[in-house]
Structure formats: structure tokens, C-alpha cells
Design a protein around this ligand. Structure first.
Ligand SMILES: Nc1ncnc2c1ncn2[C@@H]1O[C@H](COP(=O)(O)OP(=O)(O)OP(=O)(O)O)[C@@H](O)[C@H]1O
Ligand SMILES: [Mg+2]
Length: 365
């Protein structure tokens, strides 16, 4: 994790110049985000959040910032019109009126107002948190339904696309650059079988006109700020907001909220969806999205859970085969263990798909 001391004088000077910060400004690390570097900035008692964009992940930071500006401006208008009841991240432009500052070393920085009196949760220990997450991310997607899709660009092409992820997996498996294919053969077989079924159903959904929307695409619990009564207050981490399917967002919430153990647990007996969490999440999402979801989307919420669990499981497996280039690992088999965990969850979600889908409420109910 970054510390204040690592903010070198040139960076500090560049930031101060870009935003007109006083020499007394304090910088402190904030949160435990994995992608960008996040600092709390205190200047004259005023708190702001400064982030250095990870340009290895976001290859087109200018596009990320155009998206952030369009999305926050639209949500602000929706809130002002009484159609969105959550707080909205507010970008603080540079003195030159830009949404981000590019420093002499090429680093990209942007600033948001700090949302006061809030905290994040790393894990859900009550179904009520799953309800809040579903409602919060659901309302976020519904509020963006009125924003022209052409205005928000594809920041990471094919991010959750199961067909593209499977094609990449097959290429990496065939190349076997890290010489790990033999160790992973059973998991690769499981993945290939899962994807045969999953891709066939995904294609039927695309053929049936599954809507393309503006979605968040990183609906982890810790990308929501909660108040001290554990009500969701504000959706954060807008860097991956781009065109996608509602099934991506709902599926990723299921993947991260339903199992009682973390995604790298090797205690596979315990890797199972908790139906009460699914019921609460679905109730929150249906309530938050209001009239947005089509019948096709609603009928496929349990499918979404296993699809995204399969996609992320496949990405862990692909990264293992490729020598751990993307996901940070603590030990050599870490990505393989994550993949096994996710495919165990996939199997349990598949076995329980009908029972889970039956828990999805009608929009009016
Ligand atoms: N506007 C804000 N107000 C208060 N806290 C914030 C704000 N923005 C970010 N945070 C805190 O900083 C943390 C990291 O922010 P963010 O999720 O944007 O970073 P990230 O590196 O993109 O995260 P991830 O690893 O999820 O991709 C959050 O979890 C939250 O604790
Ligand atoms: Mg985050």
C-alpha cells in the first residue's frame, strides 16, 4: 500500500499547481482499493479524494475521465429531479477546468469530493447488506438508462464477454507458456464443460434481444459507501462504467455476496450460495431497477449468477496458465485455487438455479 512519504515533491507540487492546493495540504492513504492509488486530501479543513489512475489497467485514461464526467453529471441531474435517491460522486475539476491532471511523469490524477460519514464493507454478514447492494447498484443502472449509450465508451473491450474470455482461455491453454496445463487439467475440463452449456444459453439471450445498457461492471460490496445505519449511500469506483448487460452487474453481486467463504477459500464444501442472501439481493435489485428490467433479464437473474461466476473462474484459471500476469497472487497455486473455488460455486449455482430463480420477486410485488 502506498504511504504519504511516497508522494514525492514533484508529484505534490504538480498536484498543488493543478488544483491550487495550499502548502499545508495533508495527504493520507484511503481505503483498500486494488486498482488505483487513493489518497484523502485535507486542505483548510476540506476533505477530498485524490486518485492516481492505474494506466496499466485503463489504457485510455482520457476515455475513463470523459465517462466519469458524463456519468456523474447525468446522475446529478437525476438526483436533482428526484429520480435518484443516492448521493452522487462529484468530480472536482482542475483549475484549468479539466476532469483530471496529467503530471510531468505522465501520471493521471483526478479528485472527487469526499462523501462524509460513510464506510465500506468488505464482506456481507447479513442479508440486509445484500438487499442494500442490490437496491443501490440497481438504482444506479436505472438512473443511467436515460443517458445516451453513445456518450459512454467501452473502457475495457469485452470485459465480461463470456465468448471472448473462453476464446482467450483456449489460446492460453494451447500455448501453455508457464508449463502449468498438466497441473490444471481437471479444472480446465470442468471449465470447458461449463462453458459449452453457458455459451449456448448466452447466445440464445443475445438472439432474443438482451438489452445493452450502461452498467457499472464492478459491483463489489466495497464499491458502495454505507452510512452508520448500514444503508447504502453512494456508488463509487466508476472507472468501469460502460456499455454492458444488467446480467453482468447482478451476476457479479451474486458471485461476491452469496458464498459464505472468500473467493480463494480451499474449503470447497462450504462454497455454496446462501438462498436468503440471493432472495435479499434479488429483492433489492428488482426494487432498485424499478421498471427497467425486461422479462428476459428478470427470468435470467439466476443464470447471471452462474455465468459471471464461470467467467471470473475462467479468468483466474487463464491467469494461472499464463503465469499470473493479471491477478496478484500470494503463492504459486493461488489462481488455480481461486478457479476451483469459483467452479465449485458455479456447480452449486447450476444445481440450485431453478430454486434461486423462484426467489426473484415480480416487479410490482
Ligand atoms: N468519494 C469518496 N468518499 C469517501 N471514500 C471514498 C471515496 N472514493 C473512494 N473512497 C474510499 O477509497 C476506497 C478506494 O476507492 P475506489 O474503489 O475508487 O478505488 P479502486 O482502486 O478503483 O478500487 P478497486 O480495487 O475496487 O478497483 C473505497 O473503497 C473507499 O473506501
Ligand atoms: Mg473499489
Amino acid at each position: 500500500m502506498s504511504t504519504v512519504d511516497e508522494l514525492d515533491p514533484a508529484t505534490r507540487g504538480g498536484l498543488a499547481e493543478a488544483w491550487g492546493l495550499s502548502p499545508h495540504t495533508g495527504f493520507a492513504p484511503l481505503g483498500n482499493g486494488l486498482i488505483n492509488r487513493t489518497l484523502l486530501v485535507t486542505d483548510d479543513g476540506r476533505r477530498r479524494v485524490l486518485q492516481c489512475l492505474n494506466v496499466n489497467v485503463f489504457r485510455d485514461p482520457a476515455l475513463v475521465m470523459r465517462n466519469c464526467r458524463a456519468v456523474t453529471a447525468h446522475l446529478g441531474r437525476e438526483r436533482a429531479a428526484g429520480r435518484y435517491d443516492y448521493s452522487v460522486l462529484e468530480l472536482v475539476p482542475t483549475l484549468a477546468g479539466e476532469p483530471a491532471a496529467v503530471l510531468a511523469d505522465g501520471s493521471w490524477w483526478r479528485m472527487y469530493d469526499h462523501v462524509p460519514d460513510t464506510a465500506t464493507h468488505e464482506t456481507a454478514d447479513a442479508p440486509s447488506l445484500a438487499f442494500e447492494a442490490g437496491r443501490g447498484f440497481g438504482a444506479f443502472a436505472a438512473a443511467l438508462a436515460g443517458l445516451d449509450r453513445g456518450i459512454v465508451g467501452e473502457v475495457i473491450p469485452h470485459f465480461h464477454d463470456p465468448a471472448k474470455r473462453f476464446a482467450t482461455f483456449r489460446e492460453v491453454l494451447a500455448a501453455d507458456r508457464a508449463g502449468r496445463a498438466d497441473d490444471a487439467i481437471a479444472t480446465c475440463d470442468t471449465a470447458a464443460q461449463a462453458f459449452e452449456d453457458l455459451l449456448a444459453h448466452w447466445r440464445t439471450l443475445l438472439d432474443a434481444g438482451l438489452p445493452w445498457r450502461i452498467t457499472h461492471n464492478d459491483c463489489k460490496l466495497n464499491n458502495l459507501l454505507f452510512d452508520d445505519a448500514d444503508r447504502a449511500m453512494c456508488v463509487i469506483d466508476l472507472d468501469t462504467v460502460m456499455p454492458g448487460s444488467a446480467l453482468f452487474d447482478f451476476g457479479d453481486m451474486c458471485r461476491t455476496l452469496l458464498s459464505p467463504v472468500p473467493e480463494d477459500s480451499t474449503d470447497l464444501e462450504r462454497v455454496k450460495p446462501r438462498p436468503d442472501y440471493f432472495a435479499a439481493l434479488a429483492r433489492g435489485y428488482v426494487e432498485g431497477t424499478g421498471s427497467m428490467l425486461t422479462q428476459l433479464e428478470r427470468d435470467n437473474l439466476a443464470f447471471a449468477a452462474r455465468m459471471i461466476t464461470g467467467v471470473i473462474g475462467l479468468r483466474f484459471l487463464t491467469d494461472y496458465l499464463d503465469g499470473d500476469r493479471y491477478f496478484r497472487v500470494g503463492h504459486p497455486a493461488h489462481n488455480l485455487e481461486r478457479a476451483r473455488n469459483q467452479f465449485a460455486l458455479y456447480a452449486a449455482l447450476t444445481a440450485q438455479a431453478d430454486a434461486l430463480q423462484a426467489l426473484v420477486p415480480d416487479p410490482a410485488g
